[in-house]
Design a protein around this ligand. Sequence first.
Ligand code: AMP
Length: 195
Amino acid sequence: MLNLVLFGPPGAGKGTQSEKLIAKYRLVHLSTGDLLRSEIQAGTELGLRAKTLMDQGILVPDEVVIGMIDNKLRENQSAAGFIFDGFPRTVPQAQALDELLQQYNTQITVMVALVVDEEELTKRLLLRGQTSGRSDDQNEDLIRRRVKEYKDKTTPVANYYESQGKYKAVKGIGEIEEIFQTICEKIETAAANVR
Ligand code: AMP
């Protein structure tokens, strides 16, 4: 199984690169942001509670996202692998993911982090906000808060994977295709080492 954590601040290009990776490696895409937005759209209680936090750029509680991932892993047991997008964002989430994958005798192959500086991120997100309809992409203060939240909470997650020898940084600025090729190289090197 190929299990990839795609990491990067909001606006780093995770969505674009995910689509290409899914097509190439036939992975099931698990984005906690997308899952939460579907809950909001469906008007569930979970969605309502999450929306209040998401509107402020604050992370939703670990047990909420871990529960959603647990369900999705159970529903997709015959998958060739998974791409985790926007998850894990905290060390407890990363630990829970390791434990969940162990239940299926598998593990994370590699964590690829897209690295983009804050000014470029803000520019990209404001642009996306003009067409995406996402209210959290239309306010510069909120964008900066999300980027800060990412840095504060998520840097320890990078260290967590680094300590397992699974962290690979990729520069997220440049041609989409070039970035994609670099990611594929990192994945294939890691997959040869982790089975
Ligand atoms: P995203 O689409 O990944 O940018 O996520 C949008 C919002 O959903 C974030 O600002 C958080 O409020 C929430 N969210 C998404 N994924 C997670 C996660 N793994 N842990 C906690 N909150 C999350």
